[in-house]
Design a binder for this molecule. Structure first.
Ligand SMILES: Nc1ncnc2c1ncn2[C@@H]1O[C@H](COP(=O)(O)OP(=O)(O)OP(=O)(O)O)[C@@H](O)[C@H]1O
Ligand SMILES: [Mg+2]
Length: 330
């Protein structure tokens, strides 16, 4: 097959207008595109690079492809940005890997996804959404879930999330929210801070999907408050160890697996995803967010890392995603 690759490279993004130093954090590097292209070629396919943004629009209209392997994050800072490329592919009738525009939009809007998860009976931390400074002023202290964790409502790759994102007082929560409202131009999510193990779950396939691995992210040194934050993700080799399979008790593993499968189904995920949890002291796995476009960096991506720890090589992961996607179209 001739497979098109859609993606957004850091170097393709027009710079100069960013308001934060993590503005390009979600975008990929050439290393990732080369790795995916190499894996697809080793499976006997030819690949063509379609990129993202306007370049993608021009190329997709002039290049014939049988299928698209999509990891495009989309442009801008709107909550539907990850839906941009899949929406165009659907318009043109071109089959592609991964979730559809609806799922990609809902999951990027964390408060919206949390409401659907609650309706499906999946535990997620209690929360408040702040849309504006007026909202923040009108919010009574007693409604702030303390200790709170303050983060942008529509981001990924720990954009806007630092080791200091936890607030123990309403005053501190308000100050953090005010700053994020200003810097990230989107609503802010105030969640109850869940003290406990950091766990991420990799999934591939459809009807039913399977769990690639359940991985615990263990800090290498003592942190006052451990957050799998931007600083930690950028310096993961020094700061964390990845334990997969996670050494948690059987009943916690069972609860995490059930919550992951229920969330994948409730949000309509397809082909692959990564789901992040914090396990509360009482053993409840609180779902933080669902990533239907998990990072595929072969050396630093959580999903690739956990798949290696489960005995896969990178090509096995790409093959599993591709096969799941192709099976949907036959
Ligand atoms: N309610 C919470 N309680 C405790 N820690 C939290 C909470 N929300 C987020 N965190 C911490 O912040 C990290 C990043 O949060 P989250 O997964 O929501 O952000 P993200 O930017 O979408 O992440 P990703 O890089 O996986 O896309 C979590 O892995 C966790 O360590
Ligand atoms: Mg996350």
């Amino acid at each position: 097959m001739k497979i098109g690759l859609t993606y957004d490279l850091k170097e393709d993004i027009e710079t100069g207008r960013e308001t934060t130093e993590d503005a390009l954090e979600e975008y990929d590097s050439l290393e990732v595109i080369n790795a995916i292209a190499g894996a697809l070629r080793s499976l006997g396919h030819s690949t063509v690079r379609l990129g993202g943004g306007r370049k993608f629009l021009q190329k997709i209209l002039t290049t014939r492809v049988d299928f698209v392997f999509n990891i495009a994050e989309g442009r801008g800072s709107q909550r539907s940005r990850e839906a941009q490329v899949p929406a165009v592919l659907e318009m043109l009738g071109i089959p592609y890997s991964g979730s559809d525009p609806q799922t990609l939009s809902v999951t990027l809007d964390k408060p919206l996804a949390k409401q659907l998860l609650q309706a499906a009976g999946v535990p997620t931390p209690p929360f408040q959404v702040i849309y504006s400074l007026q909202d923040l002023k009108a919010l009574p202290d007693r409604k702030i879930p303390l200790p709170a964790f303050i983060k942008p409502a529509w981001e990924g790759s720990s954009k806007g999330i630092r080791l200091t994102s936890r607030a123990d007082t309403a005053t501190r929560a308000r100050a953090l929210a005010r700053r994020l409202l200003k810097d990230y131009s989107q609503p802010i999510l105030m969640e109850k801070y869940i003290e406990g193990d950091e766990v991420t779950v990799g999934m591939v396939g459809n009807s039913p999907p399977s769990i690639v691995g359940i991985m615990r992210v263990v800090p290498k040194k003592k942190f006052k408050t451990f957050v799998y934050s931007l600083e930690v993700k950028r310096d993961w080799r020094n700061l964390v160890e990845y334990e997969c399979p996670a050494k948690l008790n059987k009943s916690t593993i069972k609860r995490i697996s059930e919550a992951s499968l229920a969330a994948y189904r409730a949000l309509g995920c397809r082909d692959f995803s990564r789901i992040d949890f914090r396990v509360g002291r009482d053993g409840t796995p609180y779902l933080l967010e669902v990533n239907p476009l998990p990072g595929l960096n072969p050396s630093s991506g959580d999903l690739p890392i956990m798949s290696y720890k489960m005995g896969w090589v990178y090509n096995d992961l790409i093959k599993a995603v591709l096969e799941a996607a192709l099976a949907r179209y036959t």
